[in-house]
Design a protein around this ligand. Structure first.
Ligand code: AMP
Ligand code: ZN
Length: 468
């Protein structure tokens, strides 16, 4: 499997540190609001990378953090007059709901920065002892000049950056030895959350979080580190500096970065009025459509979001779902018994689509071509699934569509919908039983629903239900 590595600017064959295992870290969101559809892109594409690697037999240890201490969180907390923790915990909960609706699997571990402060203090102390960091009046900085590989990820000309940054130095930063030095620990300001450290009360800088959490949950050397391309510099460059200077080892072998999502060909921003949260899109579309849309471009290319493209993604996804459900209908009256010779031939032909799918995914996770392979398979299914096809044939074709879609995290066998219908039918039956004063049957149904994890609520508008 080839992956494009930002570090070497090349596609490279993926070879894990430990055979059969993948240690992967993906920078997660800062939790001060509902996640926006830009944040959803790394979640969906790297969840798909994880699913594909698992499909290939790797055991993937997937770590993705929540940045739960940050200026934006503090600002929001002050606006609402609540503790910062209340804001971050609320939006972590909401983020997890959105992830579930996009069929993004929970990470193996979702560490939170505020729970790892001790580890951060220890790493900073270690860096000071090794001469890679220095303290000035309660602020600790990383000494970038001491790490001669600084800049290896972003391939920037550091001298230009240094001279450019010198004139841009903000007040209060004159104490830095070098304009590219960055903060590891900052002193607290009035009203901000803080922790006690050897350098006084304060809080960690953003970059140190990820170095510490990656080390704690994955080890000093990891296989893949990923995130949006805006994180290459300075965030990931700084993570490399911190981790490699502290641990004396190569931090991550493969650096993967997703391109940006634009809206109507413009940068998404609140001031342009083209800013959407995942929740808002979820009110208009099944979030499977959003997932399908995200995977319709290569993850490294920019992707353009628009109403038209969501509409076309919706009908494209619907084509797959319809093919699967048509096969189900055909199965109801299909003949049992052996595959015909022609069907055997067709099933051998069908292997071609999986091969194409794998080739696309092996080529730096080309999900666009992988989707194209699924559409060829759908066309094949529509052409060859017939009234007189055998159960064996129809089942094999149906399973193949479901299985390939599932690797991309696309749910195309609408069990959920059928289940919802079943629940609604049971509720209607229970209402009818109650009306007919058949309380025994009504109770039976209530128990049955309870066993299915359904909670009923009698409201003025009628019976409502939710999953426990
Ligand atoms: P943040 O909460 O800003 O740290 O972002 C969390 C993740 O979302 C990071 O990996 C960002 O690179 C990514 N991200 C933010 N905005 C976009 C966007 N418009 N398109 C793609 N990825 C984005
Ligand atoms: Zn990070």
């Amino acid at each position: 499997m080839q992956l494009y590595n930002t570090l070497t600017k090349k596609k490279e064959e993926f070879v894990p540190l430990e055979p059969g295992k993948v240690k992967m870290y993906v920078c997660g969101p800062t939790v001060y609001n509902f996640i926006h559809i830009g944040n959803a892109r790394p979640m969906i594409v790297f969840d798909t990378a994880r699913r594909y690697m698992e499909y290939k037999g790797y055991e993937v240890n997937y770590v993705s953090n929540f940045t739960d201490v940050d200026d934006k969180i503090i600002k929001k907390a002050l606006e609402e007059g609540v503790p910062a923790e209340e804001i971050s915990e609320r939006y972590i909960r909401e983020c997890k709901k959105d992830m579930a609706d996009m069929n993004v699997r929970p990470a193996t571990t979702h560490p939170q920065a505020t729970r790892e402060i001790q580890g951060m203090i220890e790493m900073i102390q270690d860096l000071i002892e090794k001469g890679y960091a220095y303290e000035v009046e309660g602020t600790v900085y990383f000494r970038t000049r001491k790490f001669d590989q600084y800049g290896k990820l972003s391939h920037k000309n550091l001298d230009d950056l240094r001279s450019g940054n010198r004139s841009l130095l903000v007040s209060g930063e004159e104490q830095k030895e070098d304009p590219l030095d960055f903060v590891l620990w900052k002193p607290k300001k009035e009203g901000e959350p803080f922790w006690v450290s050897p350098w006084g009360q304060g809080r960690p800088g953003w970059h140190i979080e990820c170095s510490v959490m990656a080390k704690k949950y994955l080890g000093e050397e990891i296989d893949i580190h990923a995130g949006g391309e805006d994180l290459i510099f300075p965030h990931h460059e700084n993570e490399i500096a911190q981790s490699e200077c502290c641990n004396g080892k190569i931090f991550a072998r493969y650096w993967l970065h997703n391109g940006f999502l634009n809206i109507d060909n413009r940068k998404m921003s609140k001031s342009l009025g083209n800013f959407f949260t995942v929740r808002e899109i979820g009110e208009q579309y099944d979030l499977q459509v959003l997932r399908f849309f995200m995977l319709s471009a290569h993850y490294r290319s920019p992707i353009n979001f628009s109403r038209e493209i969501m509409e076309s993604s919706k009908s494209a996804l619907e084509r797959i779902v319809t093919a699967v459900s048509n096969l189900k209908h055909l199965l109801e009256n299909a003949s049992t018994g052996e595959l015909t010779a022609r069907e055997e031939e067709l099933l051998a032909e069908m292997k071609e689509f999986r091969k194409k799918f794998e080739e696309a995914m092996d080529d730096d996770l080309n999900t666009a071509d992988a989707q194209a392979a699924i559409f060829e398979l759908v066309k094949f299914a529509n052409t060859h699934g017939k009234e007189d096809s055998s159960v064996l044939f129809l089942t094999a074709v149906r399973q193949e569509i479901i299985s390939l879609s599932d690797i991309l995290g696309l749910l195309v066998d609408r069990k959920e919908e059928n289940l919802d219908q079943e629940i609604e039918d049971l509720i209607a039956e229970r209402q009818a039983a109650r009306k007919a004063r058949n309380f025994q049957r009504a109770d039976e149904i209530r128990d049955q629903l309870q066993a299915m994890g359904i909670i009923l609520e009698d409201t003025r508008e009628g019976v409502k239900w939710k999953r426990a």
